[in-house]
Every structure is written in C-alpha cells, then in structure tokens.
Design a protein around this ligand. Sequence first.
Ligand code: HPA
Length: 289
Amino acid sequence: MSAEDPVIDPSTRIAPFQQPGRLDALLAAVRARSPLVPEVGIVLGSGLGGLADDLEDPVAIPFADLPGWPAATAPGHAGRLLLGRLGGKPVVMLQGRFHLYEGNAPGLVVQPVLLFARLGARAVFLTNAAGGLDPTFGPGTLMVIRDHINLTGLNSLIGPNAVSIGERFPDLTEAWSPRLRVRLHAAAVAEGVTLADGIYVGLTGPNYETPAEVRMLAALGGHAVGMSTVLECIAARWAGLEVVGVSLVTNAGAGYSGDPLTHEEVLAAGLEAGPHLARVVRRFIADLD
Ligand code: HPA
C-alpha cells in the first residue's frame, strides 16, 4: 500500500456479486508471494495467535498489503495472513480478523474465509474468545461449536448473489460439520484436553452483555456468546467450505460473578487456555485425511 492509494473505508458495503472481483485481486496479491494451496484455513481468535509461531516455512502478509483490507484490527489481534505448514499440512491462517464492532461491513468481515476457499482450502477452522452462558463454563473452558445463533441482525449475503461462489439460499442444517466435530473431539482426547460442546451466539458488540441479556441468551439455548464467527460461518457454507470451530470461554457471562468484565481479563484467560487449544488444533490438522 503506497501513500497515493485511496484510503480504504472498511464500512463500504460489499454485496455478494462484488466478491468475485475482490477475490481475484486478493488471490493475485497472495499468489505474488506464495504458491501454497492450503487444505484448511484457520482464523485465530484472541488467545490463539501463538499458533502462528508453529507454522513451518511461513509467509506472512500484513493486511495492509492486501487489496481492500484495512490495516487496523482490534487490540490483541496482529493483522496478518500467513501461509505455511502445520503438522505437515498446508494451511492458511488469519492472525487477527475484521470485526463488525470496528465498523467493518459484513462483506469485508467474511472476505478472509472466502479468500481461503479461493486459495483452494476445503475447510475452515474458526476460533474466538467468548463469554460463558452455560453457568458451568468457567474461564478457560474450550467449547466445540455445535451450532450458532446469529443475533448480529446482519448478513454478508444480502444483495445480488454471486452464483460462481454459492447459491442464493444456503442450507445451514449442518453448518458446523458433524464429521469434523468428531475429528476434533478425537484430537482433544489424544492431547488430553477436555472439550465442552455447545451453541455460540453471535452479537455485534462492542459492549459486553447486560446480565439480563446473558440470562435471555442462555434461555434461548446459547452456551457461549461473542462478537464474531457467525457471519464467517454462514459465508463459508455459502462458498462450500466445511466449518469447524472452538470458543475459548474467557469469562462467565456478565452478571454471573457479580464483578465487571474487562478486556484485560479476556486477554489473560486467552493467554492461559490458548496453548491447550493450539495443541488440539495442531493435532486435528495433522490427523486430517
Ligand atoms: N461477551 C461477548 N464477547 C466476549 C465475552 C463476553 O462475555 N468474553 C469474550 N468475548
């Protein structure tokens, strides 16, 4: 990105039919740096950034070097696309992500997973930090996402469709791949890491929930709540990717403990439980066939 380039407005709406052209440009920029064809794309949420250090022969591309991608990301997020090998398998990783609460348009939020598909990936692994709605989920709980509830009120698939990517009305019956969830639980057993299982509720943030909202979301059937992931899952399914994911529960939902929530506590819990999740992800990738 040079000084003459127009400033990117990340809130500019991107309709589905505009994605193929954007992805062409992104693909060309990545291919100028790496020929690697990934099997899996991994989105590293808060606390999981360390997994990037495990990449073999990594090529790192700062977001600012990718056409249409803004450099800035949330605190605790580095903002790089990485290609390399993990457990011997070719993968692409997103270190940092585009959140709705930063003012990013839904179409930009999902572009990384669409790029994964364009690069050749067949599956995406989504990770995030989340608050516990299930009262038994304390800080450090790792929850395999079995299903989600999209309460962002937004959707990146609104607008004229791009049939070259996917169909108008994607089916989400098995959005979170039962096949890959079985593999994930097996990887956790092999690593001696306990995984819970549950439903992720996605909101826009940036505020944490009120205690009344936490009780409502739990009553709706949610087990964890966060500010990402749901639009990425929907777009990935649209693009034909298999989806698997884990929430790292960094705190009990607002109101359960009586103490206020802080971003620092969220980051600290991520630092503690992140390495366990990293081991599970690495094993899962290595054992994929
Ligand atoms: N709510 C929403 N998002 C979160 C939380 C939470 O309690 N913790 C970490 N991300």
